[in-house]
Ligand binder design. Structure first.
Ligand code: NAD
Ligand code: DAO
Ligand code: ZN
Length: 369
C-alpha cells in the first residue's frame, strides 16, 4: 500500500514528506494505522548523525499511538480495531531476559531491530524500489507502519491518541525510572538534572510516589514554572551557583539525594548526579543518552562508600504489561500529559517540531495524521 511518511534521507538534513510503499504484515507482524506521534529528543539525536546505530534512509519516530488494521499469520494477542502503542522495547515474555524478571530489555528481536529491519531481515518500507530502514522497530513518522506483535501494547479505546502517544516514550521513561528502576519510596529526597520532556516526567513520578523533596536542576530558567507545576520543590540553576554544584546540592538535600536522575545526556552532569547522592545509600539513575564514544568518570571511592550508579531504558517498563496501566493512570487523572504537549502539527510541518526542540521552545510536539 501507499503511505505518507517523513523520510530521513541523510544525517543533518530535514525530513522529506514522501509517499512510500509499505508491504503488508508477515507472520507474527501487525499493520498499524498511526494516528499520532510525538517527536522526541532521541529522534533528533539520530537525525543529527551522532547515533552510532543511526541508519539512512530511514523512517524515524518511536512515540506513537494508533489502530491495528491487519494482522499476519499466527498473531493472537491483538486484532484489527485494537488500539495500540508501538514499543521500541518489546516484550516477548519468552526470552532469557524477559523470563529473568531482572530487566525490561527483551532481546527477542534486538539484532534485527538494531539493523533497521523486521525480524525476518527485510524492510517493509521502500520508495521507488529502494528499501527504507525501520527505526527502533517502530517508524511512527508514517501514517501506517508494520510492527512485530511483541512490539505493540494494547490500550483502552477511549484514550486520546494525541495524548497517550507520549506514553510510547517520554512519560514511561520518566515515571518508569522512578517507580520501576529506582523504586523511589515515600519521603525520599530526589534531584532531577534536566527539566525537559523526560525530566518533567521524573518529577511527576517522584511526586506520585510521595517524595518529600524534589530538586530540579536546569541551566534554562524558563523551565522552572512548568517543573513547579509538576511537583518540583526547589529549583537550581547551575549558572547561578557560586562554587561547586555538588556540595551545594548535598547541603540543599540535607546530606545528599536519596535518588538522582540525569535526564540530559551530558557525561559531566552524570558525574555530578552521582556525587550529589547521599553517602551510604544514594542511587543515581542515568536516563540521558550521551554522544557515541563518550565516557563517564568518578572516583571509585564514591561507590565504595555506598553510592550506586544505575541506568534506565524505557523507564525499566515492560511495555505490553506496564504501558496499558500508564494509559489507565492518565485516563484516571493521575498523570498529567496535556500540559506537556506544547505543540501539535500535521506531518507536513514535522521539521518545525525539531526546530522548536532545538530552540528549547517545546516540551513535546505531537504530529497528528
Ligand atoms: P530535552 O532537550 O527536552 O531536555 C533536556 C534539558 O536539559 C533541557 O531543559 C536543558 O535546558 C537541560 N540542560 C542541558 N544542559 C544542561 C546542563 N549542563 N545542566 C542542567 N541542565 C541542562 O531532552 P529530553 O527529551 O528530556 O531527553 C533527555 C535525554 O533523555 C536525552 O539524552 C534523550 O536522548 C534521553 N532519553 C533517554 C531514554 C531512555 O530510555 N533512557 C528515553 C528517551 C529519551
Ligand atoms: O540493547 O537491548 C538493548 C536495547 C537498547 C535500546 C534501549 C533504548 C533506550 C535508550 C534510547 C532512547 C530511547 C528513546
Ligand atoms: Zn523477551
Amino acid at each position: 500500500m501507499q503511505v505518507k511518511a517523513a523520510v530521513a534521507y541523510e544525517a543533518g538534513k530535514p525530513l522529506t514528506i514522501e509517499t512510500v510503499q509499505l508491504d503488508g504484515p508477515r507472520a507474527g507482524e501487525v499493520l498499524v494505522e498511526i494516528k499520532a506521534t510525538g517527536v522526541c529528543h532521541t529522534d533528533a539525536y539520530t537525525l543529527s548523525g551522532k547515533d552510532s546505530e543511526g541508519l539512512f534512509p530511514a523512517i524515524l519516530g518511536h512515540e506513537g499511538a494508533g489502530v491495528v488494521v491487519e494482522v499476519g499469520q499466527g498473531v493472537t494477542s491483538v486484532k484489527p480495531g485494537d488500539h495500540v502503542i508501538p514499543l521500541y522495547t518489546p516484550e516477548c515474555r519468552q526470552c532469557e531476559y524477559c523470563l529473568s524478571r531482572k530487566t525490561n530489555l527483551c532481546q527477542a528481536i534486538r539484532t534485527t531491530q538494531g539493523r533497521g529491519v523486521m525480524p525476518d531481515g527485510s524492510s517493509r518500507f521502500s520508495i521507488n524500489g529502494t528499501p527504507l530502514y525501520h527505526y527502533m522497530g517502530t517508524s511512527t513518522f508514517a501514517n501506517y507502519t508494520v510492527l512485530p506483535e511483541i512490539a505493540v501494547a494494547k490500550i483502552r479505546e477511549d484514550a486520546p491518541f494525541d495524548k497517550v502517544c507520549y506514553i510510547g516514550c517520554g512519560v514511561t521513561t520518566g515515571i518508569g525510572a522512578v517507580i520501576y528502576t529506582a523504586k523511589v519510596e515515600p519521603g525520599a529526597r530526589v534531584v532531577v538534572f534536566g527539566l525537559g520532556g523526560i525530566g518533567l516526567n521524573v518529577i511527576q513520578g517522584a511526586r506520585m510516589v510521595g517524595a518529600s523533596q524534589i530538586v530540579g536542576v536546569d541551566i534554562n530558567p524558563d523551565k522552572r514554572a512548568m517543573a513547579e507545576k509538576f511537583g518540583m520543590t526547589d529549583f537550581v540553576n547551575p549558572k547561578e551557583v557560586e562554587g561547586d554544584l555538588v556540595p551545594y546540592l548535598v547541603d540543599l538535600t540535607k546530606g545528599g539525594a536519596d535518588y538522582s536522575f540525569e535526564c540530559i545526556g551530558n557525561v559531566n552532569v552524570m558525574r555530578q548526579a552521582l556525587e550529589c547522592c547521599h553517602k551510604g545509600w544514594g542511587v543515581s539513575v542515568i536516563i540521558g543518552v550521551a554522544g557515541a564514544g563518550e565516557e563517564i568518570r568518578t572516583r571509585p571511592f564514591q561507590l565504595v562508600t555506598g553510592r550506586v550508579w544505575k541506568g534506565s531504558a524505557f523507564g525499566g517498563a515492560r511495555g505490553r504489561t506496564d504501558v496499558p496501566t500508564l494509559v489507565d493512570w492518565y485516563m484516571e487523572g493521575k498523570i498529567n500529559i496535556d500540559d506537556l504537549i506544547t505543540h501539535v502539527m500535521p506531518l507536513e510541518k514535522i521539521n518545525q517540531a525539531f526546530d522548536l526542540m532545538h530552540q528549547g521552545e517545546s516540551i513535546r510536539s505531537v504530529v497528528t495524521f
